[in-house]
Design a protein around this ligand. Structure first.
Ligand code: PDD
Length: 278
């Protein structure tokens, strides 16, 4: 397996970083995951724009457009042929003596590699999710590598046989540990609005656009846990998740939502999404 590190493609075992890299020391870095279908990127510019936004927010000086040729190389180097995959990009502030403030004159560390992902078949799956409190920081719009809260929350789900953890802040459902969430009530779709409490998911945006195209009413309004009893359909979205129907939602051992099969609107959106990525 080869990876791109700071300007060169190296075998993974030769790609090493300093122990003083601020990504390692502080989680002081950002990342992106961009999917490709049969070798062709899907919504690449939207992903790069989100990365550019995050870098600006945390004052890491790097020109994202420099990644474009590297992304193309990544897909070629991984040799997946018609198989689908994704490219992982990580940009950290760089190497410097440990200080809590931003050091000056540091060169960001750039890591890029492609990996295979089974992006197809999501429409055949139907998953159970756990609901827990969202105890992340208040800048979830920044795709930071410091994901200790996300991994702790996801681990709780996986260890208990669930597919994903869904998060709530004071009863308001925000998103998943690594996915966005949508609800269908009376044939109208709801998802948490953009802002500091969710990552502005690229797949989320694609699904909002699909709703508009299919004349399905879409509200960017939050939904509370105590409204789940009125909900007809729930689905998750994300780069590695695609559009995934939710079978049940459990909180503290209590069933808040349960269905026997994926709903009609979920299925329509899944089919439209498959056509989009074909
Ligand atoms: N996760 N919300 C969170 C917290 C996420 O980490 C992700 C993506 C999403 C969905 O965003 P998008 O549609 O742009 O992939 C929402 C990536 C895939 C990851 O951490 O691997």
């Amino acid at each position: 397996e080869v990876v791109y590190l700071n300007g060169e493609w190296l075998r993974q075992e030769h790609a090493t970083i300093s122990v003083f890299d601020r990504g390692f020391i502080f989680g002081d870095g950002l990342y992106e995951v961009i999917p490709f279908y049969s070798g062709k990127f899907f919504l690449k510019d939207a992903h790069l724009n989100r990365l550019r936004y995050g870098l600006n927010q945390v004052h890491i000086d790097f020109d994202v457009s420099r990644l474009k040729p590297v992304l193309e190389e990544a897909v070629t180097k991984v040799k997946l042929g018609e198989q689908d995959g994704a490219v992982y990009i990580q940009i950290t502030r760089g190497v410097a003596p440990r200080t809590h403030y931003y050091p000056e004159n540091v060169t960001p560390t750039i890591l890029v590699y492609a990996f295979p992902v089974a992006l197809k078949g999501f429409d055949k799956r139907f998953v159970d999710v756990l609901i827990t409190e969202d105890y992340r920081w208040h800048r979830c719009d920044i795709k930071a590598t410091s994901l200790i809260a996300n991994v702790a929350m996801n681990d709780e789900a996986i260890k208990n046989g669930f597919h994903e953890t869904i998060l709530h802040r004071q009863g308001v459902i925000t998103e998943g540990s690594h996915s966005s969430i949508f609800f269908v009530v009376n044939n109208e779709v709801y998802t948490h609005p953009e802002g500091h409490y969710i990552l502005p998911g690229i797949t989320r945006k694609a699904v909002i656009d699909l709703c508009k195209k299919l004349d399905v009413v879409i509200h960017e309004d939050p939904l509370k846990i105590d409204q789940l009893s009125e909900v007809d359909e729930v689905f998750l979205t994300g780069t590695t998740t695609q559009i995934l129907g939710v079978k049940s939602m459990i909180m503290n051992g209590e069933v808040c939502f349960k269905k026997q099969e994926a709903g009609e609107i979920t299925k329509r959106l899944q089919h439209a999404f498959i056509a989009l990525t074909a």
